[in-house]
Design a protein around this ligand. Structure first.
Ligand SMILES: NC(=O)c1ccc[n+]([C@@H]2O[C@H](COP(=O)([O-])OP(=O)(O)OC[C@H]3O[C@@H](n4cnc5c(N)ncnc54)[C@H](OP(=O)(O)O)[C@@H]3O)[C@@H](O)[C@H]2O)c1
Length: 357
């Protein structure tokens, strides 16, 4: 007998959903007699605790799940059973593609999230874990690094020798962006609110780190010999965004990745509308000739599925070669899922946070 987390109702906001509507219930291993020839049953070893798992529980993410559902967009584990056409030996170490299975997907597999002892995914969503990644690192690979790739490379055209300012660099997507920017050959200036977390970000490859609790714009200027950066990666939003527009070069690319500092942009409970959206000053965008680029990884891929193959192949290749190693700072047992989600919401850890069913 296993266990899984169930969100019984969407909340007004994430922590209310977790505290009031989430519970741990028993589950059986899915019965192969009910599954198809290309289905795979995975015994989950690790599931990433994602920002999206939180805002999805309050219906504030663009993809609204239908409760009751099991969270856990991204997970890794071992094959426990595979259908006759799946051609996957039991025991294979695998990670599951969050675009094609789990609560972020739209089809038959959206009921199987990773906050569970077992999940079912279609064969096309199941990849052998690349390189020597642990389960905890493997479940932090695709969402984080495909986002970093989409933002920095596909949208931002970041090139060797350029300087990129990365806000929210201690987060799971932010730290992936630091790794990808370094692989590209860029200079990274990373920001955050905590010296202790920034020390880890620096050890993970950032060239420079700056605390935003004090005035920071002049430091960016100083580090770029007064010129400003070529690219801004903004996963934070709020006042930091406007300040960033004042330390960029003419013609810089401004990447809108997320708004961790203003999470209540959208209404709760899955209602449509965004009464608290961030705003950017058009005078600075105009006078500095900026390219402001929205970077929604999933929505862009739904609009043009052809953009994914190169991105996915590159991320898997980098991981196979050991050039990308997701950083995981804390693993919680499944029973402590509420503590893990609270910690993620409050930014208590650097990089990946993981549940171990
Ligand atoms: N574009 C896309 O396709 C895409 C994909 C995935 C995620 N996202 C978005 O990217 C953002 C970051 O995601 P993530 O997974 O990296 O989240 P995360 O792990 O929670 O990290 C967010 C980081 O933002 C920083 N931050 C600065 N001011 C903050 C504030 N007032 N409140 C909370 N955090 C603040 C924190 O760093 P310090 O504590 O060091 O300041 C924190 O580490 C989210 O908005 C998410 O929705 C976008």
């Amino acid at each position: 007998m296993g266990q899984r987390v169930v969100i019984g109702e969407l909340g007004e906001e994430p922590l209310q959903a977790i505290d009031q509507f989430a519970s741990l219930v028993e589950m059986e291993r899915p019965d192969p007699a009910t599954l198809g020839p290309r289905d795979v049953v995975i015994e989950v070893a690790s599931a990433a605790v994602g920002w999206v798992d939180l805002i999805m529980a309050s219906g504030q993410y663009q993809h609204v799940p239908e409760p009751p559902y099991t969270p856990g967009l991204e997970y890794a584990g071992t094959v426990s059973w595979a259908g006759g056409d799946a051609d996957l030996p039991v025991g294979t170490r695998v990670l599951v593609d969050p675009f094609l299975a789990g609560p972020r997907s739209s089809g038959a597999y959206r009921g199987y999230g990773g906050f569970a002892s077992y999940a079912v995914a279609p064969r096309e969503a199941v990849h052998a874990i690349p390189g020597a990644l642990t389960f905890a690192r493997a479940c932090n690979l695709l969402g984080n690094y495909e986002t970093a790739y989409h933002c920095l490379i596909a949208r931002g055209r970041l090139a060797a020798g350029e300087t990129v300012l990365i806000h929210g660099a201690s987060g799971s997507v932010g730290l992936a962006a630091v790794h990808v920017a370094k692989l590209v050959g860029a200079t990274v200036i990373a920001t955050g609110r905590s010296a202790a977390k920034l020390a880890v970000v620096k050890a993970q490859g950032a060239d420079h780190v700056i605390e935003t609790s004090q005035p920071w714009r002049d430091e960016v200027k100083r580090l770029t010999d007064g010129r400003g950066v070529e690219v801004v990666y903004d996963g934070v939003g709020g006042p930091i965004s406007t300040e960033s527009l004042r330390c960029v070069r003419f013609g810089a690319r401004y990447l809108i990745v997320g708004w961790a500092a203003t999470p209540f942009v959208a209404k709760g409970k899955g209602e449509r509308g965004a009464p608290h959206a961030n705003q950017l000053p058009t005078n600075l965008i105009m006078m500095k000739g900026l390219d402001v680029l929205g970077c929604p990884t999933v929505i862009s891929t739904v609009n043009d599925p052809s953009i994914r193959a190169a991105r996915l192949a590159q991320v898997l290749a980098w991981a196979s070669a050991g050039q990308l190693v997701p950083y995981v700072s804390r693993t919680y047992p499944l029973a402590d899922f509420k503590a893990a989600l609270h910690a993620k919401w409050h930014g208590e850890h650097v990089g990946g946070v993981v549940l171990a069913p």
